[in-house]
Design a protein around this ligand. Structure first.
Ligand code: C2O
Ligand code: CU
Length: 546
């Protein structure tokens, strides 16, 4: 296996979009940042040189990092930030994943501008489980805010509902439907009759997305760094954090067609309801301008059935070459409510949701009614060295009180408690987690992401999870293997995995404002008996926490 080195220089860079210019943190001056390309089995080293103005960490989203949480990245969970003027080398181990993943900053909202693609090709001598495409292209969906990240973060932390983004982007460009954007719209040049592989990454901050290409059928062949049974469809639903490998054949007659991404957002709070586009342009087709441009027909923004109909079609390959090792006899079960709450603020120190006055409570979110409080130093470091004052290992295995989660919640307290709580799991346990959505404040779909693992999504449904009947319809044969899964609005989802990767692993909603408000927790998988079942020792150059 290869050992490659990359250099990532974090630096402030000026960008102009929508006729306004701002400085933002980038890697090597690029937005989106550079692509990492590896083969399954490779290990890469990424030297991150921080030449910006504040501390940052980088996370390798969807890379399991066996026994190596030291290089996983979430700030003050597995490491302290890389301070300005210093560097840290991440060791990224591609053991099990194949397809598309991504990397992003894991320090507050910095991932807005600090992210890029990871392409993991089949191992040496191996090929794709689908016909080799003529070419491949990375499609990164992103958000554009005219506001600066530090300013936004200050507001979100005070509990102010943040501004919605001013645009979505495809490979950094908003596209023809926005002001001042036509000149730079991203173009994918194709040849008639050829098949292309799109590696689609959702790096959007606060909404999920539908995506499609006008007049072209998509065939989805991979998700979250694992292959799936091919699905043909006119649109995909992709949540922040997810990645999809999509084939399409250039088989149309006109000169160009739009690809587009629009929001999927099924709640009552403000969101960005605009559409980003890019152009699929036929190389050698004669220029035949269409009478009206061809846009894909994407579902309406709150069409939860369209979202779920697509999601429910995803199945893992489950062949001899790509087996689905689904846990059958569960030894550790967690039932976790996912909710939007309020939390008390000392002496009117918070602002109202619109930011115009003091309030004694603020917007919050929680898992099992615990709103995660990020510590000042690294939880992994504290766990490894046995320090006792950084976190408590009492994250509950079920909610403190059972109410009609998805029914009438008008009598239920909105308030949650803040705490830095983790859940210990013994090495080798067969784990099931049921995430239960809650209607507190308002119901919303949440993309939950787990670090350190891919998991099987064995079941999902609307309403309250029923422990007697719902497991009867679980798919234990070919469930999708993901790292980010939707807990549907007013519904539940069940995931399973073997706890075979010791470490300290963050788990959180991948909508940034929910994560900031506390919809996070930490799973600590203990060491096993043998040496190859234990966390590796820390590298010598971990960023200091003082
Ligand atoms: Cu993509 Cu914890 O993140
Ligand atoms: Cu959420």
């Amino acid at each position: 296996a290869l050992r490659k080195t990359y250099d990532f220089v974090l630096q402030e860079t000026n960008f102009t979009r929508l006729c306004s210019t701002k400085s933002m943190l980038t890697v090597n001056g690029k937005f989106p940042g550079p692509t990492i390309k590896a083969r399954k089995g490779d290990t890469i080293f990424v030297n991150v040189h921080n030449q910006g103005n504040y501390g940052v960490t980088i996370h390798w989203h969807g890379v399991n990092q066996p026994r190596n949480p030291w290089s996983d990245g979430p700030e003050n969970v597995t490491q302290c930030p890389i301070k300005p003027g210093t560097k840290f080398t991440y060791e990224v181990i591609f053991s099990a994943e194949e397809g598309t993943l991504w990397w992003h900053a894991h320090s507050d909202w910095t991932r807005l501008s600090v992210h890029g693609a990871i392409i993991i090709l089949p191992g040496p001598g191996k090929s794709y489980p689908f016909p080799k495409p003529f070419k491949q292209e990375t499609i990164v969906l992103g958000s554009w805010y005219k506001q600066d990240v530090p300013e936004m973060l200050t507001n979100v932390l005070k509990g102010v509902i943040p501004n919605v983004s001013d645009a979505y982007t495809i490979n950094g460009q908003p596209g023809d439907l926005y002001n001042c954007s036509n000149d730079s719209t991203y173009r994918l040049k194709v040849k008639f009759g050829k098949t292309y592989l799109l590696r689609i990454i959702n790096a959007v901050m606060n909404e999920e997305n539908f995506f499609g290409i006008a007049n072209h059928t998509l065939t989805v062949v991979g998700q979250d760094g694992a292959y799936i049974k091919p699905i043909t469809t006119d649109y995909i639903l992709i949540t922040p954090g997810q990645t999809m490998d999509v084939l399409f054949t250039a088989n149309q007659n006109l000169s160009h067609y739009y690809m587009a991404a629009s929001p999927f957002f099924d709640s009552v709070v403000a969101f960005d309801n605009t559409t980003t586009t890019a152009i699929v342009q036929y190389y050698d087709g004669k220029y035949t301008p269409p009478p009206t441009p061809f846009f894909p027909n994407l579902p309406f923004y709150n069409d939860i059935n369209a979202a779920i109909n697509f999601t429910n079609r995803v199945k893992s390959l489950a062949t001899d070459a790509y087996p689905a090792n689904v846990p059958k006899n569960i030894t550790t079960q967690l039932f976790i409510t996912v909710a939007l709450n309020r939390i008390l603020c000392p002496n009117n120190s918070c602002l109202s949701p619109t930011g115009d006055g003091p309030l004694d409570n603020k917007q919050s979110s929680s898992l099992n009614n615990v709103s995660f409080a990020t510590p000042q130093v690294s939880i992994l470091d504290a766990y490894y060295r046995g320090l006792s004052n950084v976190f408590v290992g009492d994250f509950p295995s079920q909610p403190p009180n059972f109410y009609n989660f998805t029914g009438d919640v008008s009598g239920v307290s909105l308030f949650t408690e803040s705490g830095t709580k983790a859940r210990f799991i013994n090495y080798g346990e067969a784990v099931e987690i049921v995430f239960q959505g809650s209607n507190l404040q308002f119901a919303e779909t949440h993309p939950l992401h787990l670090h350190g693992y891919s998991f099987f999504v064995v079941g999902t449904g609307f309403g309250n999870f029923n422990n007697e009947t719902d497991p009867l319809s679980y798919n234990l044969v070919d469930p999708p293997e993901l790292n980010t899964v939707n807990v549907p609005r007013s519904g539940w989802v069940a995931i399973r995995f073997f706890a075979n990767n010791p470490g300290v692993w963050f788990m959180h909603c991948h909508l940034e404002r929910h994560a900031t408000w506390g919809m996070d927790t930490v799973l600590i998988v203990r060491n096993g008996q043998s040496e190859d079942q234990k966390i590796r020792p820390p590298p010598a150059n971990m960023p200091s926490c003082s």
